[in-house]
Write a protein that binds this ligand. Structure first.
Ligand code: PBG
Length: 332
């Protein structure tokens, strides 16, 4: 392919001469259509509350979230992913609040849909914001039990779909959950509800700030999610996970975290050629944002990091920087 290309017949700098030329030949671009903004909603909160380990990111009360969604829509961001911070008194070892059809998330989905019907709402399925032990599933003899967790994830998914969630996103990494949830959605006549599977979700320390944000770190303590999330040592296993989830009825698969796992995004996209999303997780965001705020890195590193996802093959990106980046994109 590269044989016989010789200087000066070929001068690669010709196409870098100015930004108009280089834009014309750009292989990848980031658009607001690619961005999904994760949002934290906190029960009984009036107004907003900052999150220490996530500079520039807030928890929203049930009213203030509406204003935020409106601002996002004005900037062209039509998709949001909601994460609950529930009243600690509602956490128990079964995560029962997750299946309450009037819980914080269900009520918030209804309110947002009522005001802004066009918003695409991604609802996370996992028990960690609801359990007193902070795990994504049920603990039996100190082990997260797969099959009994499936039942409760199924109910959680149905209350979310009933409330109006467009996309159900299981992030729990139990085996078989996509199939069980797909079957339940079909039965409940939610035929167009999209399943976005966190198919390749690694057991990552980059989730630290998120766990602060949803107040699950103290519940989890020193306990690890390594018995269900993937080991960072593995790559082929990600293909296995994705193949299973596609067979079980996933419409979109996701890789998480993002930047340390670009090889996985690329491999999945090349192998399966299906819609593939990436999650630039809390720790990735906070690292970059803190260095930007300190003046140690230029603001543009955020956009550069998101372009790396596009290059790797991601169709859309969940990123805490969605709002800020959309302003930059709109101004260019
Ligand atoms: C929970 C969940 C986590 C994230 C999204 N959903 C944390 C975890 O698995 O412990 C992390 C997102 C982030 O770090 O931004 N199932």
């Amino acid at each position: 392919m590269f044989i016989d290309r010789k200087f000066p017949n070929t001068r690669l700098r010709r196409l870098r001469f100015n930004s108009h030329i280089s834009d014309l030949v750009a292989e990848n671009n980031l658009s607001v259509n690619d961005l999904i903004q994760p949002l934290f909603i906190k029960e009984n909160l009036i107004g907003t509350e900052s999150i220490e380990s996530m500079p520039g990111i807030y928890r929203y009360g049930q009213d203030s979230i509406l204003k935020e969604v409106e601002e996002l829509l004005e900037l062209g961001i039509k998709s949001i992913a909601l994460f609950p911070v529930i009243d600690p008194s509602k956490k128990d070892n079964l995560g029962k609040e997750a299946t309450n059809n009037a819980n914080l998330i269900c009520e918030s989905i209804r309110k947002i849909k009522q005001e802004f019907q066009e918003t695409i709402i991604v609802a996370d399925v996992a028990l960690d914001p609801y359990t007193s032990h902070g795990h994504d599933g049920l603990l039996i003899n100190n082990y997260v039990d797969n099959d009994s967790t499936l039942d409760i994830l199924k109910s959680q998914s149905i209350v979310l779909a009933d409330a109006g969630a467009d996309i159900i996103a299981p992030s729990d990494m139990m085996d078989g959950r996509i199939g069980i949830i797909r079957e339940a959605l079909e039965k409940a006549n939610h035929k167009n509800t999209i399943l976005l599977s966190y198919a390749a979700k690694y057991n990552s320390k980059f989730y630290g700030p998120f766990r602060d944000a949803v107040n699950s770190s103290s519940n989890l303590g020193n306990s690890s999610k390594s018995s269900y999330q993937m080991s960072p040592k593995n790559k082929n296993e990600a293909l296995h996970e994705v193949a299973m989830d596609i067979n079980e009825g996933a419409d979109i698969v996701m890789v998480k975290p993002g930047m340390p796992y670009l090889d996985i995004i690329s491999l999945i996209k090349e192998t399966f050629k299906i819609p593939t999303f990436a999650y630039q997780v809390s720790g990735e965001y906070s690292m970059l944002k803190l260095a930007i705020d300190k003046g140690w890195l230029d603001t543009d590193v955020m956009l550069e990091s998101l372009l790396s996802f596009k290059r790797a093959g991601a169709d859309a990106i969940l990123t805490y920087s969605a709002k800020e980046i959309s302003k930059e994109i709109n101004n260019k």
